[in-house]
Design a protein around this ligand. Sequence first.
Ligand SMILES: NC(=O)c1ccc[n+]([C@@H]2O[C@H](COP(=O)([O-])OP(=O)(O)OC[C@H]3O[C@@H](n4cnc5c(N)ncnc54)[C@H](OP(=O)(O)O)[C@@H]3O)[C@@H](O)[C@H]2O)c1
Length: 262
Amino acid sequence: MKILITGSSSGIAFLTGITLSSRGHFVYMTTHTNEEAHNLKEKVDALGLKIMVFKLDITDNEDRKILNTLDIDVLINNAGIGVGGSVLDLDISDIRKNFEVNYFSSYDIVRRVGNRMIKNNKEGKIIIISSLAGIFPIQFLGSYCSSKAAISSMATSLRKELKTLKSKVKVVLIEPGAYKTGFNQVMIDEVDKNITKDSVFYHYKNKIYKDLNKMFQISEKKKVDSIVVKIIEAAESSNPKYKYRAPLLQRILTKIYLIFAK
Ligand SMILES: NC(=O)c1ccc[n+]([C@@H]2O[C@H](COP(=O)([O-])OP(=O)(O)OC[C@H]3O[C@@H](n4cnc5c(N)ncnc54)[C@H](OP(=O)(O)O)[C@@H]3O)[C@@H](O)[C@H]2O)c1
C-alpha cells in the first residue's frame, strides 16, 4: 500500500513510518521543515529503507497542494501541536495557532486526500491521530483538548457522510493516551510560561506546574509501541475498527470516565 504520514520526523509517526516501510509498504514520511526532511532521509537511508521523505508543513497551502497529485491508499494524519495555558489566560491567537495545525490544516488534508480516494474508487483509509484528551479534557490544556475533540468530531461526521456514498473509503480514529515523546512536556512548560503576573492563577503557578508534571510522570508510557501497533493494524486491516485506543490502562480509565460522565 502507499501510505502518507504527516509530522513523521519524530515520536509516534517516526516509528509508525519505519515499521510500515519495513513491512513492505511504500511510505511517504513528511516533515514540518526541510531540515527535518534532510535528517530523516539520512536516518531511513542508514536503516536501508526505501522511503520517500519530503517537507509538508501542513499549515502551508502551497505544501498541501502536492496532495492533489499523489497516489495515496492510506493517509495518517498525525502532525499536531499543543498550546498549554489556562482558558482564562490564552490569547485567541494562541488558540488559533493550535487549531490551525490540529484542526484546519488537518481538515484540508483530509478533504483533498478523501476526494481523490473517492474519485479514484479506492479502498482507501483516512486515519486520524486524535487523543484521549479530546474525550477526557485536562485542566490548563483546554486549547489542545478542544482541538482534538474538534478533529474527532469531524472524523465522525465524515464517516457518516461516506455511508451515503456507500464509499469503500474508511475513516479511522486513533486516540492515544499519554506517551513520553516530549510532546506533553512542551505543553506543560508552556502552561508555566503562560501564567504571567497578570493571571488569576499566578499565585498557584508553581503548584499547577508541579501537579501537571506529576500527572504526566505517572501516566506517560515510556515506549510508543502500544499505539504504533494499533496504527499499523488500522492501516493494514481490510476491515478496521472505527476507533483504536492505547495504552490499556488509560483506555480502561476512559471507559470508566465515559460511564460516569453520562
Ligand atoms: N505523546 C502523547 O502523549 C500523545 C497523546 C495523544 C495524542 N498525541 C498526538 O500524536 C501525534 C504525534 O505526537 P507525538 O507524541 O509523536 O509528538 P511529536 O514527536 O512532537 O510529533 C508531532 C509531530 O508533528 C510535527 N508538526 C508540528 N507542526 C507541524 C506542521 N505545521 N506541519 C507538519 N508537521 C508538524 C512536529 O514537527 P516539529 O517538532 O518540527 O514541530 C512533530 O514531528 C500528535 O497529533 C499528538 O497530538 C500524542
